[in-house]
Ligand binder design. Structure first.
Ligand SMILES: O=C(O)[C@H](O)[C@@H](O)[C@H](O)[C@H](O)COP(=O)(O)O
Length: 285
């Protein structure tokens, strides 16, 4: 499954069209691109998307296993804490994981857990024992091993589903941000961690972005998910978005380009600043 945009594909923003979501749904090859003029509308659509996947998963499996990233994603998910989602989402059925985490104490300002707890989890009735944060008292290597161990238990009991083509966990939803360098999770460009095929969770101690020590899901786990969303806003990401979605040849592929769920569904959520260098989209007022 890969997202490819036809070079002839054109989406035009008209002032008569809702300026919020002028383009939705190039669905070639299973990938979908959603571009929003307004970040507020992006947030609303993202909340709808997550709420719908949660409902479908709870209906089908009785639970919803979601893995989150850090960064602006958490505030972009903020509408989930408001009506109607705060009441309509079946929060008690959520099992929450981190796609990547900085190896710092849980109360440290750099902690993705803290970011998520403060911005989301403390505002909705999730079950504390369903929130799987990392062991913050050990080394990065041990924290990755511990996290994978926990994940293996939950796959065994099918709280997290299992892929039918690999032994990998199959998350109901994995949410990613993307850095201006094209990194996703803690998978950075040209890093050997991109080649990790065996482990589900691994660690790095030399992140080019501070803090240096992190644990991260590997690409096979990300690409085994039922749904993967990449949520990208701001003009600093426009070059990387262009490189990945317009399929510009690079010496080594950007990590975000390697996000290609084998059987799952991929959706990119972009604001117009992040989408501004896409050749396959034409903006006009
Ligand atoms: O661990 C990190 O350093 C961040 O969590 C990082 O991976 C982030 O998700 C992206 O850089 C996008 O961040 P923004 O959406 O905030 O730009």
């Amino acid at each position: 499954v890969s997202l490819s945009l036809s070079p002839t594909f054109r989406a035009v923003f008209h002032s008569t069209v809702s300026r919020s979501m002028a383009l939705s749904g190039d669905k070639r090859d299973g990938g979908e691109l959603r571009v929003f003029v307004d970040t507020d509308e992006l947030s609303t659509d993202l909340a709808d998307y997550i709420a719908e996947l949660s409902e479908a998963s709870v209906k089908e499996r009785g639970v919803f296993a979601i893995a989150l990233s850090g960064g602006s994603l958490i505030s972009l998910m903020g509408k989930l804490c408001e009506a109607p989602y705060n009441k309509t989402v079946d929060w008690a059925k959520w099992y929450i994981f981190w796609v990547d985490e900085r190896v710092v104490a849980k109360n440290h300002v750099d902690s993705n857990y803290k970011l998520t707890k403060d911005g989301l989890l403390s505002k909705v009735p999730v079950v504390p024992s369903h929130v799987h944060s990392i062991n913050d008292t050990v080394s990065a290597e041990k924290a990755a091993a511990d996290y994978e161990f926990v994940l293996r238990q939950l796959v065994r009991t099918r709280v997290v589903s299992v892929s039918d083509i690999s032994d990998c966990p199959k998350f109901d939803l994995i949410l990613l941000g993307m850095g201006p360098d094209g990194h996703v999770a803690s998978l950075f460009p040209n890093h050997s961690v991109l080649d990790e095929k065996k482990e589900w969770v691994t660690f790095i101690t030399d992140s080019p972005k501070s803090p240096p020590e992190r644990i991260t899901f590997t690409l096979p786990v990300i690409n085994s998910a039922s749904n993967v969303a990449v949520v990208v806003t701001g003009s600093s990401k426009a070059d990387a978005v262009h490189t990945v979605l317009d399929m510009v040849e690079t010496e080594s592929p950007l990590p975000a380009k390697l996000v290609q769920p084998t059987k799952g569904k991929l959706v990119w959520f972009l604001d117009s600043a992040a989408a501004s260098k896409l050749e396959s989209i034409k903006f006009s007022e």
